[in-house]
Every structure is written in C-alpha cells, then in structure tokens.
Ligand binder design. Structure first.
Ligand code: NAP
Length: 216
C-alpha cells in the first residue's frame, strides 16, 4: 500500500485515477489549490465506492505526506504547481499524466512544448525526484466507472529504472491494465500527442478509445 497524492485531483482524470488506486488498496490524497475543493472531491469519489482510503488536502500537504506524487493538472498548471511542491518531493516518484493539448477548429491538437514534452519539462522542474510519465491515454469517464473493466496498455516513459519499475507496480495494481516500458522521457511526447488522436476518434466513433500494442 502506498500513499499517493494526486495534484489537481479535483478534475475528472485525477478523480478517476484516484478512485482506481484507492480500489486497489492504496491510500489516496486528492490535492487542490484549495483545501475545501480537495475535501469535497474526496467525499464525492468516496460516494462512488464506499470504504475507500481517500482524503483531500491542499496540494502542498498532499505532496508532503505522500510517497508518490501524480501530476494531474492542465499543462499550463505544471510550472505553477511545481513551484509550490518541488521542495516537498525530494527523492519521491513524480508521475506526469499531462497531455498538453488545445482545442481549435473543432479538433483537439497537441501543443508544441519547447522542452519536448510535459514529461521532459517535469524532469527539469523536479530535478531531485524520480520522474516518469504515464496514464495519458486513459479516459477519465472510463476511470470513473468502477464497474467498467479497463482494457489496454499504459505506456510508461522514464529515465530511471527505479521510477519505471514503481509505475509498472502501480499500473499492475489496476486489474486488466498492462504496463509497458515505453523507453526514456524523450518518447513521452508521442504518448502525450496520441491523446489528441484518441479524443478526436472518440468524437468520430462516439466511444472512449484507448491504446493496445500488438507484437509485445
Ligand atoms: N480528462 C481526461 O479524460 C484526460 C485523459 C487523459 C489525460 N488527461 C490529462 O490529465 C490532466 C488532468 O485532466 P483533467 O481533465 O482532470 O484536468 P482539469 O479538470 O482541467 O484540471 C484538473 C485540476 O487542475 C487544477 N488546475 C487547473 N488549472 C490550474 C493551474 N493553472 N494551476 C494549477 N492547478 C490548476 C484544478 O484543481 P484545483 O482548482 O482544485 O486546484 C483542476 O480541477 C491533464 O493534464 C490532461 O491532459 C486527461
């Protein structure tokens, strides 16, 4: 059992991942810029499935009291949250689930990130932590429906074997998801950009797509 902080866990993706980690038996702390929103979100998630270990606190307290820190804010929130929580995350595992996207002309588009990807920017902003990127291709709606079996692969990018192995363990705790080593953080951009394609395909096919790799 790990203590997992979800920074920006008041949004749908963080709520969904928090729900799945709590069902797997982890102690989940929903983080927010305000204590009240965090507590409210934790209550709402707990009402989906009772008797889970989920609490809410501000992002700083959540990061400080956890072993694993999941970054679940929009891309524009990455630098501001890093400024507040970085000193509290030395030696901890940081997982970016951020897909930098913008919506224009009826299409989801990947943003151009000067550092290469949200995952690579995270490793610059958290130099004292183990950094990985993962979970960008899972739909919040699917995560939030606990009766739905989650099929598919979770591509994990990290420059650290320890970080990679820890995320492999977290993914394995969620039934039916397959963790896959997707190489270094320089590959994170491809995983992040794929999210734009999935969202655009969801619209065409009126469904929630995810990814599965053949041949592995
Ligand atoms: N939604 C999906 O289906 C999905 C799928 C795959 C990947 N993702 C990725 O997962 C991440 C979270 O997605 P989401 O849909 O849950 O996002 P969201 O609802 O837009 O934002 C999540 C939370 O981040 C905090 N936040 C917003 N702007 C911020 C800022 N400028 N600075 C600091 N904190 C800020 C807010 O929490 P407080 O106001 O409570 O602080 C908000 O509730 C995103 O990076 C997204 O690309 C989402």
């Amino acid at each position: 059992m790990k203590k997992i902080a979800i920074i920006g866990g008041t949004g749908p993706e963080g709520r969904g991942l928090g729900l799945r980690f709590a069902i797997a038996g982890h102690n989940v702390i929903i983080g927010s810029r305000t204590q009240e929103r965090a507590e409210q979100a934790a209550l709402e998630i707990s009402s989906i499935t009772p008797d889970l270990n989920i609490t809410g606190s501000n992002n700083e307290d959540a990061a400080n009291s956890s072993d694993v820190v999941i970054l679940s804010v929009p891309f524009e929130g990455l630098r501001p949250v890093a400024e507040t929580i970085e000193p509290l995350t030395k030696g901890k595992l940081i997982v970016s689930i951020i897909a930098p996207l913008s919506f224009s002309e009826g299409q989801m588009k990947a943003l151009n990130v000067p550092e290469g990807s949200a995952g690579e920017l995270t490793s610059i902003l958290f130099p004292q932590s183990l950094v990985a990127s993962a979970f960008q291709n899972l739909s919040a709606r699917d995560l939030l429906n606990p009766s739905l079996k989650l099929n598919g692969d979770v591509a994990i990018c990290s420059n650290s074997d320890t970080g990679l192995n820890e995320v492999v363990g977290l993914v394995s705790d969620i039934p039916d998801l397959r963790p896959l080593n997707a190489g270094s953080l320089s590959n994170s951009r491809y995983v992040e950009e794929l999210t734009a394609l999935l969202i655009n395909m969801n619209k065409i096919h009126k469904t929630h797509t995810t990814i599965q790799f053949l041949g592995i």
